[in-house]
Design a protein around this ligand. Sequence first.
Ligand SMILES: Nc1nc2c(c(=O)[nH]1)N[C@H]1C(S)=C(S)[C@@H](COP(=O)(O)OP(=O)(O)OC[C@H]3O[C@@H](n4cnc5c(=O)[nH]c(N)nc54)[C@H](O)[C@@H]3O)O[C@H]1N2
Ligand SMILES: Nc1nc2c(c(=O)[nH]1)N[C@H]1C(S)=C(S)[C@@H](COP(=O)(O)OP(=O)(O)OC[C@H]3O[C@@H](n4cnc5c(=O)[nH]c(N)nc54)[C@H](O)[C@@H]3O)O[C@H]1N2
Ligand code: SF4
Ligand SMILES: [Mo]
Length: 717
Amino acid sequence: MQNSATPTHCPYCALQCGMNLTPAADGTVEVTERADFPVNRGALCGKGRTAPAVLSSRVRLTSPLVRSAGALVPASWDEALDRIAEGLARTRAEHGPDAVGVFGGGGLTNEKAYALGKFARVVLGTSQIDYNGRFCMSSAAAAGTKAFGLDRGLPFPLADIPRTGCVILVGSNLAETMPPALRYLTELKDNGGTLIVVDPRRTRTAVQADLHLAPRPGTDLALALGLLHLVVAEGRTDEAYIRERTVGWEEARAAAMAHWPEYVERITGVSVPQLRRAVRMFCEPEAAMVLTARGPEQQSKGTDTVGAWINLCLATGRAGRPRSGYGCLTGQGNGQGGREHGQKADQLPGYRKLTDPAARRHVAGVWGVDPDSLPGPGRSAYELLDALGTDIRSLLLMGSNPVVSAPRAAHVEERVRSLDFLAVCDVVLSETAALADVVLPVTQWAEETGTMTSLEGRVLLRRRAIAPPEGVRSDLEVLHGLAARLGVEKGFPADPEEVFEELRRASAGGPADYSGITYRRLAEENGVFWPCPASPDAAGAAPGGPDARPGGPARDRAPATAAHPGTPRLFLDRFATEDGRARFVPVAHRAAAEEPDEEYPVLLTTGRVVAQYQSGAQTRRVDELNAAAPGPFVELHPRLAARLGAAEGDPVAVVSRRGRAVAPARITTAIRPDTVFMPFHWPGEGRANTLTNPALDPASRMPEFKACAVRLEAVRQ
Ligand SMILES: Nc1nc2c(c(=O)[nH]1)N[C@H]1C(S)=C(S)[C@@H](COP(=O)(O)OP(=O)(O)OC[C@H]3O[C@@H](n4cnc5c(=O)[nH]c(N)nc54)[C@H](O)[C@@H]3O)O[C@H]1N2
Ligand SMILES: Nc1nc2c(c(=O)[nH]1)N[C@H]1C(S)=C(S)[C@@H](COP(=O)(O)OP(=O)(O)OC[C@H]3O[C@@H](n4cnc5c(=O)[nH]c(N)nc54)[C@H](O)[C@@H]3O)O[C@H]1N2
Ligand code: SF4
Ligand SMILES: [Mo]
């Protein structure tokens, strides 16, 4: 164990704030400021600051558990691993390899995500693997790939934000979900730039805005189309840019012209003067950005919605230019890297497609297997969970807690309970782990080394600072042990750097090329932006072949050195499509999968609070965070509350076609009167996902977390 401070990164969100971990006298570690990491410059939110609390043996798992006579009881590692290998092998023998499922997470390091994808395809031979990132930024990923030929959430560093003229922030509550990043918006305003926030609630982020647009949940697509309509009507398009750098404008233009402002006002509730003001603010400065987060993305039309916002950027020449562009604010710690290296249903490492014969040959070569032995694409996350207990009989779960976080959670819970066999690797006994046949206790961020790729596309080294407690092993050791028991002795090293070295080779030449990145460089350079090919001359092979470079030679590239410098800014010279041009998508407004009606007259939307993280499995174990955010609530407008006869703090039942949840009322004029909001961090009676609608986006397979129809009922006490 090191005695001095170890520079590393936060276990939680995609900002991946830098922090130092300093050993304390009692054997624990303390979080101290790490000012040299440029993204957060030492600032942390409460979750990051208190993260060491979850390292304590008082709240975490330190022994494998196996189910015996109905209860989970401690067992040896050998027994637990044997049981898992037997459980998975039995399903495979009885029902075939596709009856074994694997579910991963966007919080896992690149090494783990890579090894998990390889484990599913090579050891289990199953196509049925997906992960919780499907619930997160998949719509933005699908839209970005369609438009730009490549999905890297932010194609520029956060540091560019204060240098642009206007930012439209769509459905992001940054002030609560990435507090240290709020600084970039403050600096934008200090520099004379303007901020537009699009959110049905006047959030802590929205109060920072020069203009707050509060559309009905699920109508961002119409809003973006209405803005584009006005851009055209007011003659604010950038014709030269459209001609030189895009294709498909005519169809997209025609689609937007069908969405005249008064029609858009009726759909969204955003007034025509507000729409005009937004267009003026966005178009007048020389440069501008649109940033989206889960608000517009977690919809059954999320891909088209993001496409519409990208269209707005393309029509005004605000993509692939300095200080301008479209970006998605990815959410989970490794939400970016976790979507690149093969734990996704349709994917091979390096952001390659599982259906591409050349990609299969390349990766099979690295893995030393026959390309024909690799299965094809499998089901998406919700579809996989929905098939548990029927087509999928056994599941290996690593890095997610779907019993709390998946849509239509009561149904998902029932599906999980109906499995023949469930194995969960976790650091704590999550609500999903509590249902398992075998639970494996794994090491955490501060106890293991690995790489994370932040929301900027910056690959980072998260270093080990302390030794794990007795009885705990890493996810990589778990996969190593299971592979050996299932007859694959080689190819699953437990050493993260060894896994990364293989990942480099597997990703080489792919869209997300990491081959020029080494642990050593990461330690020295404070992160490296992908693509970073091994050779400085190859600027990363885009889908269009070796010459189609994602983003082309970046203008801000450092002087030629032996190594490729990485790519902070993409698309400045060309997009990553075959012809280098961005694609407009012709999209039209459509309703949410479930609109309010007489029986369910109110819209429910869901999201986050600053002091809890995701399903809460980790943060609900931290006293300081529980004191700040003790439980679920229903945020509603005074008018709705009055109709219900509910006072502040009274229990309110929210009922949807999926179920019923009860939580105290939090009454505020900060929300639209036709909408209620619930955070999704808690299990039990107040579980928001009991209510949510698993209607899926046809392209991204993202569920509609952000809009469903509900009714409210007073609860007699
Ligand atoms: N404290 C905290 N921080 C987190 C997380 C956490 O759980 N807790 N999770 C991390 C992860 S994985 C993610 S993905 C990010 C998510 O980060 P955000 O996207 O910022 O989080 P959300 O609260 O889900 O949604 C953002 C906003 O969308 C609004 N919204 C709801 N419906 C709509 C709609 O139809 N249209 C629009 N435009 N807006 C809508 C909500 O009111 C909410 O304020 O946060 C990351 N950071
Ligand atoms: N209603 C509603 N539902 C939502 C959303 C919403 O906005 N509204 N947002 C969705 C989004 S964006 C997301 S990202 C999902 C997230 O929801 P989940 O997938 O449930 O995410 P977490 O709660 O982070 O679960 C991670 C689990 O892995 C464990 N863990 C942490 N690190 C490791 C590790 O290194 N190895 C292993 N094996 N385990 C580890 C944690 O203890 C925890 O139990 O929720 C989605 N659900
Ligand atoms: S903003 Fe995100 S990365 Fe930074 S300290 Fe908070 S949870 Fe950690
Ligand atoms: Mo997320």
